[in-house]
Design a protein. Structure first.
Lengths: 150, 389
């Protein structure tokens, strides 16, 4: 199973089409919306986690580009909000790379950004949403409008 | 009562606390003390052992009285930040439950649902001092003519707010696995197919009820650490099941005792009451609870000396067995094994992940230790201990 996070930009002409719905149905993918925003002039921005077989993910991305959606892969932009994190360890069971791990014997939960591939699995597993996708400046530079956290 | 070699009373221990002479250690520290000195010498040396647990605890919530308005309103329905609260109590009394999702939450319509905001988050926002939007509706009566109310409330302005959790602090809980061929989303977290991971939810040797397994010092009126402030045990909790299978050391090997706890919400803190979203399952709240255990005799010293490798739970399949009410397990494992990061199930090694924070449980036990050592916190003798059979 292959999991990656992508930033999708929808030009305003196609924001009303069921593109994500088709993507999921046609290519047998699972998805999680990590962030959604409406940019100036009604351009849409979606941070999406896609899960599925790699060939299906690749075909799905090709479909998106065909529809005029701008697709960028988003790696290594996961950060932990240490104020929110309560060191439970739930995320360590799901992190595929060991970027989230438990230090023994004190059972502290360690986050090593260097080992993080940005798959985003921890974002929705964390009970207090302490693992966050941070949109970097290049993604946001077109955005002067309001962002609505997803 | 068997004749003990060491005999201390609550009053004697409290006198020592007031004099600043009480010796207080955490349940983790007690393990080594009892192993080195034996229970009799440990009971002579130690007066109080502190425990702690911090994890999602369903069956939590708060009673709130939001004050009378002019003209008066008798609320029939109420919402806090769009999360429905129960209003069938009195004119302006409501109960907000931790697992109630926001009214417009898509729930599991897009599976697995995110459950971003619910009753637990409302309580966290209140204790954090953040304003919360109250909406109430009444059908109107002669004495309560008003129909609608919408206003911002803060915890500080509320006339009354009581955290009242009918079931907290479960004494032991299952270790969960998923033996089906698809990922499942449960209150025990996300479980990958074919038993690829396991989750568990107890602080083990730090957990309050593991240190007084037969409720000899704990009961109605026991003063505790609750949500960062002071609270009380006010009854046994719902689903309290003292008759569960037990080990020779008294600790249960299955889910057993539970506590009903309450305390003034106004002195609690968002660090110890946290709204929780369990993907695909729903909302709840993580609650910090810590209980001090008086070492009245060598029996209590032996109980509080219990270690992770002497506490066991069962491994349960949450794909088929649990939802179908099938009482079946895939063996027992100790908390030492669970905390090591892997357990053996059906001859295969399975990685484990906790849902209960040991780091925060330890912090609670340390905080209680500080309060007691400073003479601020006395040990309350229960009016009645919890049912033990
Ligand atoms: S699941 Fe969330 S709260 Fe728990 S340790 Fe991981 S990041 Fe922290
Ligand atoms: S920390 Fe682990 S689970 Fe989270 S995004 Fe990075 S690699 Fe994925």
């Amino acid at each position: 199973m292959y999991t990656r996070i992508y930033v999708l930009k929808f030009p305003k002409q196609i924001t009303d089409q069921p593109i994500i719905c088709n993507l999921v149905k046609k290519y047998d993918l699972e998805f999680n919306i990590l962030k959604a925003a409406i940019l100036l002039q009604q351009e849409g921005l979606l941070v999406l986690q896609l899960k599925g077989y790699k060939t299906n993910v690749d075909q799905g991305l090709a479909y998106l580009r065909q529809q005029g959606v701008q697709v960028e892969s988003l790696a290594s932009t996961i950060r932990r909000d240490d104020e929110k994190c309560y060191q439970c360890g739930a995320c360590t069971g799901i992190c595929p790379t060991g970027a989230l791990s438990i230090h023994r014997p004190d059972m502290a939960v360690i986050f090593d950004p260097d080992r993080c591939t940005g798959c985003g699995l921890c974002v929705t597993v964390c009970p207090v949403r302490a693992m966050e996708v941070s949109l970097n400046q290049t993604v946001l530079n077109s955005q002067a409008g309001t962002a609505i956290a997803g | 009562m068997p004749p003990f070699e060491v005999n201390k009373t609550f009053d004697e221990i409290n006198a020592k606390i007031k004099a600043g002479e009480a010796v207080v250690v955490t349940a983790e520290e007690m393990v080594g003390i009892v192993r080195e000195n034996g229970p009799v010498a440990a009971a002579r040396k130690i007066d109080v052992v502190t425990t702690g647990t911090f994890s999602p605890m369903c069956s939590s919530g708060a009673f709130i009285n939001f004050g009378h308005t002019n003209p008066t309103l008798r609320a029939s329905k109420a919402w806090l930040n769009n999360v429905p609260a129960y209003a069938g109590l009195a004119a302006v009394d409501i109960y907000i439950g931790a697992t109630e999702p926001a009214e417009d939450d898509p729930l599991n319509k897009v599976f697995p649902g995110g459950f971003r905001y619910g009753g637990g988050h409302v309580i966290e926002d209140l204790v954090a001092g953040r304003p919360v939007r109250l909406k109430a509706w009444g059908y109107g009566t002669d004495c309560y003519p008003r129909r609608d109310l919408e206003k911002e409330i803060t915890l500080q302005d509320l006339p009354y707010a009581l955290l009242c959790n009918p079931r907290n602090c479960y004494q032991n809980y299952n270790c969960a696995i998923n033996l089906s061929d698809r990922t499942i989303y449960t209150y025990m977290g996300t479980l990958r197919p074919h038993g690829k991971n396991a989750t568990y939810c107890s602080a083990g040797e730090l957990s309050p009820l593991m240190n007084d397994p037969l409720y000899k010092t704990i009961g109605l009126g026991t003063r505790i650490f609750l949500g960062g402030g002071i609270g009380y045990i006010t009854w046994h909790g719902t689903q309290h099941k003292p008759g569960a299978l037990r080990a020779d050391n008294g600790t249960p090997r299955r889910a057993a005792g539970t506590l009903m706890v309450q305390g003034d919400l106004k002195q609690m803190s968002p660090r110890w009451l946290k709204g929780v979203s369990m993907q695909g399952y729903g909302n709840t709240m993580a609650v910090g609870v810590g209980i001090p255990i008086p070492i009245l005799n060598e029996e209590m010293a032996a109980y509080t000396g219990v270690a992770d490798d002497e506490i066991f739970t069962q491994v349960v399949d949450y794909a088929h067995d649990y939802p179908n009410g099938i009482a079946h397990n895939y063996g027992e494992v100790s908390y030492a094994q669970l905390k090591s990061g892997q357990i053996e199930v059906n001859g295969k090694m399975v990685p484990t992940a906790p849902l209960s924070s040991v780091v925060r449980a330890r912090e609670i036990a340390e905080t209680l230790k500080k309060w007691i050592t400073a003479g601020d916190f006395l040990i309350e003798k229960p009016i009645r201990t919890l049912p033990s059979e």
